[in-house]
Design a protein around this ligand. Sequence first.
Ligand code: 6PG
Length: 468
Amino acid sequence: MDKADIGLTGLAVMGQNLVLNMERNGFTVAVHNRTTKTMRDFVAANPGKKLVPCESLQDFVNALKKPRKIMVMVKAGAPVDGVIDQLLPLLEKGDLIIDGGNSYFEDTERRAKELEAKGFRFIGTGVSGGEEGALWGPSIMPGGQREAYDLVKDIFVAISAKVNGEPCVTYIGPRGAGHYVKTTHNGIEYGDMQLIAEAYDILHRTLNLSNQELADIFAEWNSGELQSYLIEITAEIFKRIDPETNKPLVDLILDEALQKGTGKWTSQNALDIGVPTPTINAAVESRCISAIKDERVAASKVLTGPQVQFTGDRKQLIDAVRDALYMAKICSYAQGMALLRAAGKEYDYNLPYGEIAAIWRGGCIIRAQFLNRITDAFRREPDLPNLLLDESFKADVTKRQASLRLVVQTAVSMGIPCLALSSAIAYYDAYRTARLPANLTQAQRDFFGAHTYRRLDKPGDFHTEWSQ
Ligand code: 6PG
């Protein structure tokens, strides 16, 4: 058999599906896995395909066209370093290693610098879309040397999702830029998921809607401006009946949201570089509070809330929740995009914001019609400081803010938690407030710690002896 165009090591489901996607698109793929049986089973299950089975890393490296292109699909963290360490002695300068896992961007920064110093090429790439996306077209976010990207561009373009004929892959920037953008994608994903969960909770608890009614509402929303993969699967989820009990499956699922950590990285880094992302943070914190189920159950028996019934118009509330969700989503994406903007400067990534929004339109978990509008906004004004300032989004939030306020008020008055929805309106209000009460905070800092303050009426740093 001819030498392979690319090799992939790490044949868990994502790895296997990426291989099948590459092969379907005409590429010959060398395949390797630490446990050889997994590789043999995979090749045996896919007869007649242009796959080159490799039992050892040496075979794997020998099977590849030069410069070699090796995609690593192993668990983020130490396993990635382990595979790279094993590969390096077998490779030649100019060969390319691609880490396609959900790696922490600082790890990717380190690996990029180390490998570049040794003469190797390295790409850290986000791959979003889950198992189906990997097989039929993910959104791909590659960062690394530009010429390294050029080596695999044809493969990535071929396997990526397409929207209006445009591939959902673009060169993101140097070193850790691709994984930074993937992490931000996941932070936004957490935000979307939490906003949807709160919309569900409010509808469910105020109006006592059945799962079929919820399914119908989400399906209807999916045909309008909220159209997105996450809304679509939400409607599907409400319809699923558990075959064992004949009850709606969603009602039987334990209410503890787990996390692998990528959303948390978004919040952590946003705090590090001083960018407000309250809706993404609220989503991470909502998962944390969900995880202390035993404590919550105990607290539910001793702490009371309001005993209020919803007496308003049902249809009006459903429409208000839809509009609130849309406005909160705009606020959440505004935070995510502002984070990318700051990170692009902080880490010298020179990020192409419009193109990032464009490659999120298809293939990935946050894919949505709405991303067409974000793409247009950043293509119109690449240095847009905040999405809320774009004329078309400004019009949207102006129209919908009353709904978001009403929904948050309703939730609070009934004692229904809405960390993400309320953070979204608070972000909107804080962002549009010319004078915040931080003057008082500064006075306090100066009072107890002589930290000084600046004044509105003259330049310089000032300190007052407050206790005199
Ligand atoms: C994607 C997903 C994917 C994965 C998350 C789940 O873009 O395809 O984001 O990367 O499903 O890691 O993250 P949590 O386990 O933290 O929810």
